[in-house]
Design a protein. Sequence first.
Lengths: 305, 268
Amino acid sequence: MIEIQGLTKEYDGRRVVDDLTFEVRPGVVTGFLGPNGAGKSTTMRLVLGLDRPTAGHALVTGRPYVELPAPLRTVGALLDAQSMHGGRTAHGHLRWLAASNGLPARRVDEVLGQVGLADAAGRRIRGFSLGMRQRLGVAAALLGDPPVLLLDEPVNGLDPEGIRWIRTLLRDLAAEGRAVLVSSHLMTEMALTADHLVVIGRGRLLADAATSDFIDRHGRTRIRVRAVDPTKLAALLRDPVHGLGATEVGGGAWEVSGAEPERIAALAAAHGVVLYEITVQQDSLEEAFMRMTADSVEYRAEAAA
Amino acid sequence: MSAPTPAAALTAPHITAPAAAPAAGPAVNAFRAERIKLTTLRSLWITPLIALVLTAGVTTAVGAALGGKEDNLVDDPGVGIFYGLNFGQAALICFGILLVGQEFNTRMIDVSLTAVPRRGRLYGAKLALGALVGLAVAVLATLGAFAGYAATVPGAWDGPALLRSAVAGVLYQTLLVVFCLGTTAVLGNLTAAMGLLTPSLFLLSPLLSGVPGARRVVQFLPDRAGQYALRYADDPQIAYGHWTGLLIMALWTALAAYGGLRALRRAK
């Protein structure tokens, strides 16, 4: 369990993490979402004691990370998968990690098998693909069989098979009762993996909700309609009496929000408008996420005119 | 030291039989991790070996080539014995720098700090390993250099300053590793450490000591001060004694080691 309370970090007067408060509970996968530069990695570094917060605190199983006597037995972390020395073998890298926390050497072979790197154990990391490095990073996180896992963008560089593997792994780890925090900038990926979502933008908390609630609230529905006579349809939809929010989307088609398809069909029938298309359209989560974080995106290409 | 008695040999296995020793303290674990880091990375374990081979080997080779001649290589046996150290110390300097620097370079320091979050504990383990490996290399290299010189330049190595020079040789090499390790931690960057330490210790310091004006200052630099303790003879131009030279180097080393700790503790 991770408790983050009023966590704030400033670099040269710039707030990278701004008064964050949330919890990562055991037994569920918590997705940590935000556009690039939102402060996800910084938050994770603060939890791990790699950076010192300007204000607030982060506790892991009730204690600051630096006070954990054998931290790898409590928290498994995957940060930047490049943070390894390429000259060591996968086995060598895990061996010193195991020794640093007094973990038995047999754990090294166990986790290498668990992430599918048993055959590459004796090879130098230098020759590893990004996907293999990610797997080795996950192996390092699992080394101490920790109740808390903290993974920064673990699907980066993984192929589709690897992405499915990590998705299953995260769900299995949570099912075993562990607290799992996994960051990503991919909303759809998180919707599939996470039970709970924490969304941040510009270092501030934007949402902290169960994934299903988040989808209900932010997945906007619109009704797309087309009629044999577009002019009659336009007149009907624009009539303020009906109170419909309608926008023309081209090709004689309209999008209506704030109404059930039943009501639109009934209105059209009552006014003698013959419809030949009426479809319910759900905003993708990606769109909901982009809308939510639109104000907090650091860098953005100019919209094409 | 006395030779091990039969009784000690009998009891030793009982004392040191921790095949499964899980209950080691965090400091011991941190040290073990550093030891494994050393043995699992070729560039780390090969540099002290190169230092050993160069320090003992170059002295022996040069002694063999010139030792029998009428005019010896140098006037001072201390300089002759440690002639190879001029080459060997390059590897020692690299070793001290790499021990810390390769972690900054690969950003592996983040992984190390998640495993051992106490900065002082991690740094202490690194210092201890650097000092121990430095000491081991220093003892063997010094013995090798003396033996090689004695074998190739007959009679010249003996003298009242023999023991002091040998002890200084061991301490100089050990301190040099720790000094470079600490300085690298202060700089927090492998490339910067290489860029500062290598030219200072190989070019600036020896070259400037030949310049009469600069010499008065340069003699207080760590390598100049430490190397003076290796010599047999006194040098009237040096403002301090042989042992004081070693002390000056030790002070520099303590400063670098402490500065490294401070730098590591100062979080971003």
